[in-house]
Design a protein around this ligand. Structure first.
Ligand code: UDP
Length: 237
């Protein structure tokens, strides 16, 4: 399968169409942004790591009953995926307080929740991705009631499966963001990526941050952290 036209270039990925109208090629970049594009940089090797990590995790989720857009990895930084129309929701699941939750509600980072916290943001850079609830999403016609229920169920299942997967590798899944899309026939599938750009991952022993917060907060050792999580994920248990 060959790349044809560049359809879209985002902060971390480029998307191309192919000869097949139902298939797209995603190409992951080393570029990193934070705070809605205000902070920009490069994380050497990130594109290849995010591509391969996302594919490993999506393949595992697919085997466990979560439909995804993944078709097959083409090379180090490119993957063939099913064409979807993205549901404009950032679906966030949190196991421990961090980031915007800690800031908004005045809770120290690292406080564990009794149950996972699921939240939606409206995927809209112009508005700064505002937090919204189901009623807001319905009023804005971002998804139907049935789609919201399915997305919620998938997100919680993804959390269970990923939490276990990372725990087996000595890593705490603090929180993550996923996006879903609709295939041509309306089927909801997991799309976008799952990587240290979109998950908070802490070493279970030292609680050291092994994700994009190293870049956001200028903690140093960004490349090393991405390499380390990829290594732990690829090592057989
Ligand atoms: N996240 C993301 N893209 C976004 C916003 C958040 O991938 O545009 C991820 C982020 O990496 C973290 C989780 O979603 O794992 C929760 O992020 P939070 O709402 O705390 O926002 P942040 O502190 O990253 O602004």
């Amino acid at each position: 399968m060959e790349k044809q036209n560049l359809l879209y270039e985002g902060k971390a990925k480029k998307v191309y169409d192919t000869q097949d109208p139902g298939l797209l090629i995603v190409s992951y970049k080393d570029d990193a942004t934070a705070f809605n594009g205000q902070k920009k940089g490069t994380i050497q090797g990130k594109g290849a790591i995010n591509n391969q990590m996302s594919n490993l995790l999506m393949a595992a989720l697919e085997r466990q009953g979560v439909p995804t857009h993944l078709v097959r990895e083409l090379n180090a930084r490119e993957t063939l995926v099913k064409r979807v129309s993205i549901v404009p929701l950032e679906v966030i699941v949190r196991n421990l307080a961090a980031g915007s939750f800690s800031a908004r509600y005045g809770v120290e980072e690292g406080r564990a929740f009794d149950e996972p916290v699921l939240e939606f943001s409206y995927k809209n850079d112009g508005l700064g991705d505002p937090l919204l609830n189901d009623d807001h999403a319905l009023a804005l016609k971002l998804a139907t009631r049935e789609e919201l229920a399915l997305i919620r169920a998938y997100a919680l299942k993804i959390n269970q499966l990923l939490q276990k997967n990372w725990a087996d590798r000595g890593i705490i899944l603090v929180d993550f963001k996923v996006e879903f899309g609709r295939l041509a026939d309306g089927t909801i599938v997991l799309a976008d990526e799952i990587s240290p750009d979109t998950c908070r991952l802490w070493d279970a022993q030292t609680r050291e941050k092994l994700d994009k917060d190293r870049f956001r907060r200028d903690l140093g050792g960004v490349e090393e952290a991405y390499r380390q999580v990829m290594e732990r994920l690829s090592s057989s248990l």
